[in-house]
Design a protein around this ligand. Structure first.
Ligand SMILES: [Zn+2]
Length: 97
């Protein structure tokens, strides 16, 4: 990875990309699909995560999807964590007739 790519990645992911995490120090660069699999170092294949979430992804079966501003963090059981409010909370009042 070039110094230019690193700076661009730091600008895109100022904090851990996991919604609600917000850690901004000592971030680690993760290859989304595993570098051995893709051999790609394009920015779209990389994301910055904190050591804790990096470990969850690497060893505990968690994963993430999306991109800048719309990251989704997915639990091993398929539960999705996003920055957006759950749909039930967005809807209000009774269903229209
Ligand atoms: Zn994190």
């Amino acid at each position: 990875m070039t110094a230019q790519q690193r700076r661009a990645l730091e600008a895109r992911d100022p904090t851990c990309v996991v919604p609600g995490c917000g850690v901004s120090r000592h971030l680690e660069i993760d290859h989304r699909d595993g570098w051995a699999l893709t051999r790609r170092t394009e920015l779209s294949a990389l994301a910055r995560v904190c050591a804790y979430h990096h470990r969850l992804k690497t060893y505990e079966g968690w994963s993430y999807q999306g991109g800048s501003g719309r990251w989704r963090w997915i639990a091993p059981d398929g539960t999705v964590v996003t920055d957006e409010a759950p749909e039930e909370l967005v809807r209000s009042g009774p269903d229209p007739p």
